[in-house]
Design a binder for this molecule. Sequence first.
Ligand SMILES: [Zn+2]
Ligand SMILES: [Zn+2]
Length: 242
Amino acid sequence: MQYQIDTIPVWEALEYQGSCLLCTLHAKTEAGEIERALGSSVMEPGIRVRTNVLGICAAHQRMMFQNGNRLGHALLMDTHAEEVLKKLEKLKARSWHGRDADGKQLAGKLRALSSRCIVCETINTHMKRYVHTLLYLWKTDPKFKKQFCGSNGVCIPHAADLIEASQKHLNARQRVEFTELCLDLLYNHLAEDEKDLNWFTQKFDYKNKSKSWENSKNAIERTVNRLRGYCLGNVPYEKPKK
Ligand SMILES: [Zn+2]
Ligand SMILES: [Zn+2]
């Protein structure tokens, strides 16, 4: 077996009943990786070396900054910047005159210095494992299958990941069943979100002022998160405080 199967986090994410269980797992993993990057891994030489080489993307820099651990953040970025300076020195030392005056090539090299992220890459590895585990549970555990069928399903990007991975992990009959289920869940839930969102817009009409908001107050968040994966509203692994 390629992956070690740990079914507990996937079960927990399903039972949480968020709008997409893979978004729940992604958000949880991301928070853990940010914490780890700023905490223990600052002192782990192996991870430090990889961080120095890969760097960290803008979105994860923002999360690290919001975390408030300025010293951990500064230590990581100091040694990463040193590594980048070495690479820039080499680029500066090259002759960019004559045949080498290739702005496109230089632009490519500069982009390579700023396009990777150790947090993104670690999360992607975990997410591949979770996708595999979800498909494994779906085909081997009738209880999971039943609960997944009755769940909120997944967002569009994660439906794509699951359907793509099902080509490898499910047989032909299972693939047809799983694909139909994913599309049905996606369609039905997005249709419901859209209906609520439409009512949300109508509520701004003075004629509807006295009518109930019904289930439309978080319709923007639900619709956007369904279309693009979790990015708005409550953290999808913490129940909102009442
Ligand atoms: Zn998702
Ligand atoms: Zn990142």
